[in-house]
Design a protein around this ligand. Structure first.
Ligand SMILES: [Ca+2]
Ligand SMILES: [Ca+2]
Ligand SMILES: [Ca+2]
Length: 802
């Protein structure tokens, strides 16, 4: 990245400062007023006969041309630009307070007024004001103000104004195709006009004292100098070469600020050209890349509170405008075959663009599935505008919608050739959009799973968790959350499958235990993609997968105190070697668990209050038992990254999971610091199983943390009982644990702490983490935990460890 100063030379900065005093009246650039018309006629009383005649003609013309109700006049304002090929941009012209700027504006305002006065718009003309100059050779940016009687207002549109002015220029073009006025040669084809509001112009005037112009060449990336704190508003007028759009990279550098940065797809701050507005060191989006549709952009800063350092960094870079037409030949496989992406993804969607993807499908047996994260498509029944993009899939029109969920669009009707198009007609944009694409079998879209029609996703069928919003995945289940014997149809517990005992009448539960079976809600998926019938076959010293993947990665979940009887409520050293204390300024705030050699798993809500959002304030301590005393077995780490689940919802507590990246790898040499095992996505824990929660949580709801690591055994509660209790607040990413009498519970200070269940050969698997609940130890109100089987896919994606 080159850190060039704004165009053209930083040496003249001192001059810039001295100009600031002048800048107050810099908006007082001379306005070319409409020449006087009929009002002066009284001065020429001796010539009254002639003038009455003139006035009569004038009035007749007025009535015919302007209308019969001359009372109400509608102001119309346009932001325009023209290219002057005979002139070049000089540094002085980039400073509105300079003399050169004033002189040049006066001339060009005259040029514009002459143009308009020579056209049918003459009677409506009010003023023209040059507000900026740009490179190439010289671009002049100006406001054009008209006053139109309300009767004529509907006919005076942006397009008609453009056509009328172009006509005047074209009627008077030279051999070289330019319109000539005095020494100015204008390129008529460069004429650009955008509708503006008076507020836009006021906003622009308020920032003119702190106006900066930057031209950025192809291949360059320019760092933009921060705002000038003598002003409360600053603007950066950015321009790139023709045929390019601009990418502005924004990074908030402070944890807390109240500044606002607004970006426009124009040279002036036009509300109609607003691309995005970023407020106050946005934590969810500390960095973003915003695109314009063309080679001009305006960034406007509004001061929040006084800062000594800039709260943000800005760079600008031109990118060649790329075509977004793709032809994709799909292969005969059910794997993900690629991604559809908006241009320059993950940058923001550029305003006003269109993308088309043309898919060739290999056989009529397949459909196409487009999978989105945090975005869904909804049918567009009327021609209402879409706020997050318009999608057309074959003949179906759909509006995009951003939300905290996954979504799959399934395209069933296939003719060998499928066209998907995306149009963003809106200026106001948001983060770039991508979707992965793959084929699905039309006859069996979700092998072993249920196709949820509300979101196009394949979800576990009859596993006791209502994954689909219409709950159809758990309706009409013969054996809900159980195994169905094939011969008798009777139900047995999933843990009785492949356990060596014949539990079904003909022993079908013990058949095919050594070979691959069709996948379902409780089968285990081996690394090679095949499924085995035995539930939880991991790390039981039996090779169940053909590729033996079920017995790999078993260095987890081992207690240092194996084979010793442990009782009581306080934990022993090495009993829970994955337990982490997450601290701020030496104070225990949340619990967590070690899941890989640099990653701690915890709850997203631990990092949600503003003051807990920066990684640098956190310390993670492993191998700890007593908070008040450190021991030799302890290890302390700083945090380099906090990754909250992107769908975490503060209000519903859905997706309450976060990953904490430590500053260095944990040496796994001590038995007192060891990772816990993560469950597979189909890990089975029967209802009423006893699992354990550990942490330094308060003994009661409002109490302080306790000093010694506590442990509590809890029963896993069925999802139906949990949902009945909390009504609609339980998502598929949650489960309940505890006792009906509320005698044992995990409390507030335990947030993020692990809930672990003992697996085969004494290995502990983390099934949940402490999320929320209606208080501590209240009868019938179980604690609510994040369900890791539904979140483990995201954990693997982020950590890169599977
Ligand atoms: Ca289900
Ligand atoms: Ca059995
Ligand atoms: Ca095994």
């Amino acid at each position: 990245m080159s850190l060039d100063m704004p165009y053209p030379d930083p040496a003249v900065e001192t001059m810039e400062k001295s100009q600031k005093d002048l800048s107050q009246d810099s908006e007082s650039v001379v306005i070319a007023q409409k020449p006087c018309k009929s009002r002066d006629w009284l001065k020429f009383a001796p010539l009254w006969i002639i003038l009455i005649l003139v006035a009569t003609i004038g009035l007749t013309w007025y009535l015919l041309e302007v209308g019969t109700t001359p009372g109400l006049r509608i102001p119309k304002l346009y932001a325009c630009s023209l290219k002057i090929v005979s002139h070049e941009l000089t540094y002085d012209l980039t400073r509105p307070a300079s003399k050169a700027f004033k002189t040049e504006s006066e001339h060009l305002q005259k040029l514009v007024s002459d143009l308009v006065l020579a056209s049918e718009l003459a009677v409506f003309y009010n003023s023209s004001t040059v507000y900026a100059f740009g490179e190439g050779s010289l671009i002049v940016y100006f406001w054009l103000s008209l006053e139109v009687p309300d009767t004529h207002s509907p006919y005076v549109t942006m397009n008609s104004v453009k056509a009328v002015i172009l006509n005047v220029m074209k009627a008077k073009t030279s051999i070289k195709g330019t319109y000539i006025f005095d020494q100015y040669h204008v390129d008529p084809s460069s004429f650009n006009i955008q509708e503006a509001k008076w507020q836009d112009r006021q906003l622009h005037s308020s920032a003119i004292g702190c106006y900066r112009y930057t031209y950025v060449r192809a291949g360059q990336e320019i760092y933009l100098k921060g705002p000038d704190y003598l002003y409360t508003t600053c603007t950066w007028h950015l321009q790139g070469p023709p045929g390019h759009l601009l990418k502005v990279w924004l990074k908030w550098t402070r944890p807390d600020c109240r500044d606002r940065l607004i970006m426009y797809d124009s040279a002036a701050p036009l509300a109609s050209a607003l691309i995005t507005s970023h407020y106050g060191c946005t934590r969810q989006e500390p960095e973003s890349e915003v695109l314009s549709s063309g080679n001009v952009m305006l960034v406007l800063w509004k001061q929040g509170m006084y800062n000594y350092d800039d709260p943000f960094m800005l760079t600008v870079q031109p990118l060649p405008i790329e075509s977004c037409q793709h032809s994709i030949v799909l292969k005969k496989t059910l794997e993900i075959q690629g991604q559809l992406r908006t241009p320059y993804y993950p940058s923001y969607c550029p305003p006003n663009f269109n993308c088309t993807w043309n898919f060739m499908v290999p056989s009529p047996d397949y459909g196409i599935v487009l999978h989105f994260e945090g975005y869904k498509l909804t049918r567009q029944y009327t021609y209402e505008p879409c706020f997050s993009g318009l999608w057309q899939v074959q003949t179906k029109r759909m509006c995009g919608l951003r939300l905290l969920q996954s979504y799959s669009e399934r395209i069933f009707a296939i003719s060998g050739n499928v066209t998907v198009s995306f149009t963003n007609n809106k200026i106001l944009t948001g983060p770039g959009i991508q979707a992965s694409y793959s084929l699905f079998n039309l006859s069996d879209p979700c092998p072993g799973e249920f196709l949820c029609i509300t979101n196009g996703l394949c979800v576990p069928l009859c596993d006791g968790v209502k994954d689909c919003s219409n709950e159809l995945d758990e309706r009409n289940c013969v054996c809900p959350a159980q195994y169905q014997c094939s011969e008798s149809g009777s139900c047995i517990s999933v843990s009785q499958v492949c356990d060596g005992n014949k539990d079904c009448v003909n022993g079908t539960d013990e058949e095919n235990c050594q070979q691959a079976v069709p996948c379902s809600a409780f089968t285990y998926k081996c690394d090679d993609g095949s499924c085995v019938k035995k539930p939880n076959p991991e790390c039981d010293s039996v090779h169940d997968c053909r590729d033996k993947s079920d017995e790999k990665k078993c260095d987890c979940g081992v207690q240092a105190l194996e084979n010793r009887l442990i009782g009581g409520v306080t934990s022993q050293e090495g009993e829970w070697p994955w337990q982490a204390s997450l601290q701020v300024q030496g104070i225990h705030v949340c619990g967590g668990s070690l899941i890989a050699n640099r990653w701690i798993l915890s709850a997203a809500h631990c990092f949600h209050p503003e003051r807990f959002a920066s990684p640098e304030i956190w310390t993670v301590i492993l191998g700890k038992i007593r908070l008040s005393r450190s021991s030799q077995k302890e290890m302390s780490f700083k945090v380099t990254r906090l990754v909250l689940h992107p769908f975490y919802d503060e209000d519903s507590h859905d997706y309450d999971v976060a990953l904490v990246l430590l500053d260095h790898a944990v040496p796994l040499t001590s038995p007192h610091v060891q990772p816990v095992c993560l469950p597979s996505g189909t890990h089975y824990i029967p209802t009423d199983s006893i699992c354990w929660v550990t942490g330094w949580g308060a003994a009661n709801e409002y109490g302080p943390s306790v000093d010694t690591l506590q442990k509590v055994d809890l029963k896993i509660v069925s999802q139906d009982v949990c949902s009945d209790l909390y009504r609609y607040q339980i998502s598929p990413r949650m489960f309940c644990a505890g006792y009906r009498d509320g005698s044992k519970d995990a409390c507030l200070g335990d947030s993020g702490s692990p809930l672990v269940c003992k697996g085969p050969r004494g290995r502990w698997v983390q099934f949940g983490l402490v999320s929320w609940g209606a208080g501590c130890g209240i009868p019938k109100y179980f604690g609510v935990y994040s369900r890791l089987t539904r979140l483990v896919g995201w954990i693997h994606n982020v950590t890169g460890v599977s």
